[in-house]
Design a protein around this ligand. Structure first.
Ligand code: SF4
Length: 349
């Protein structure tokens, strides 16, 4: 502030902090005639010059002005964008390690056959099928895979010689899947009844020594193939394998579904029996949506080289990590990759 006083020349004052004396209070009141210079730089300070009685003199630029950042200065290359500094090259991203399979269940093979990318999502990455929370109390509703599992668990308990629907079916299912709904219980009951009341069940009942839930394992191309057979019957060199399916028959005819989704699984069953000494293997699929939806295929020991070559090819594709989306309305429905890392049926256009 420059101020005329009775005792001397004009007084110049710089405020760097809030004034707290009478003189400075007067300076505040004179702010209607203030001129401010505000360098906008780091450590900026406000310089205030005040004069209540005289015109404001020109103020020579101080050193702070020279240091001010030139916000609107024209760069050396005119209006063009300033040259970007050259960055160090990015380090090369290492290739992810290959998924090397050593054990394969028949259900994993079946999944690979239905959609190899879903196999990758579930069996390599570890994603769980969507909505699979039927074992969680307080949840409501089962995933299709859980309904299938509940049906298999019930059929495992059924007496093959005299098949009937368990009276305590609801209690058994709820013990395994507390989230099951009444509607799902009825579906599960219908699946079990479909087998128990079928002609196929009557034929199996007549077979001496038919056994449920038989585990198997054998090695092929350095991979251990393992699983359980729903029902196995051996009669000398002949073997019969029965597998229950809870697929919706809206997916296609039973024959089409087997050819499309269970071809590999079927040959694994056959090879397991051949490795156990069978010379002829009949593999029967029962689609429980209908008591008569049965698909049968028979292999002879001469077929083994062809079956093994097909299995080798599938294992080689898994070892080569050949995982591709194979969109299908039914397979995609409960896929954990859907809309997360895969567009599913939208890939079909
Ligand atoms: S969404 Fe469909 S196509 Fe994609 S991974 Fe899942 S099953 Fe395969």
């Amino acid at each position: 502030m420059r101020r005329r006083t009775p005792r001397g020349p004009a007084l110049h004052v710089r405020f760097y902090e809030k004034p707290d004396c009478g003189l400075c209070a007067e300076a505040y009141r004179a702010l209607t005639r203030v001129r401010m210079e505000m360098p906008l730089d780091k450590g900026a300070r406000v310089l205030v010059r005040l004069d209540r009685f005289a015109l404001q003199p020109d103020v020579a630029p101080g050193p702070a002005e020279e240091e001010q950042l030139e916000l609107f200065a024209v760069s050396e290359n005119g209006a063009a964008a300033p040259d970007a500094p050259e960055l160090a090259p990015l380090a090369e991203v290492p290739a992810p390690p290959l998924h090397r399979v050593r054990r394969l269940s028949y259900s994993a093979l079946s999944l690979f056959e239905r959609c190899s990318y879903r196999y990758f999502a579930e069996r390599v990455v570890g994603l769980r099928p969507a909505d699979a929370a039927g074992t969680v109390p307080g949840q409501s509703g089962l995933a299709p895979t859980e309904i299938g599992d509940a049906v298999h668990a019930l059929l495992e308990r059924v007496d093959l010689r005299a098949p009937t629907v368990p009276e305590n079916l609801a209690e058994l299912v709820r013990a395994r899947y507390p989230a099951v709904t009444e509607e799902e219980l009825e579906r599960i009951r219908a699946f079990v009844a479909s087998y128990c009341e079928s002609e196929l069940a009557a034929s199996i009942a007549a077979l001496e020594g038919a056994t449920a839930e038989l585990p198997f394992a054998f090695e092929h191309d350095g991979v251990l193939l393992h699983g359980r057979i729903d029902v196995l019957h051996r009669d000398g060199p002949r073997a019969l394998v029965l597998d229950y399916k809870t697929n919706s028959l809206a997916e296609g005819t039973p024959e089409e579904i087997v050819e499309h989704d269970y071809r590999l699984q079927r040959l694994v069953y056959a090879l397991a029996c051949f490795r156990a000494g069978a010379e002829e293997v009949e593999v029967v699929y029962h689609f429980l949506e209908r008591p008569d939806a049965v698909v049968t295929g028979t292999y002879r020991v001469e077929d083994v080289p062809v079956l093994e070559a097909e299995l080798s090819d599938a294992i080689a594709r898994i070892q080569a990590n050949d995982f591709r989306p194979m969109p299908d309305e039914f397979v995609c429905r409960d896929c954990p990759a859907l809309d997360l890392v895969c567009a599913g049926p939208k890939l079909l256009g």
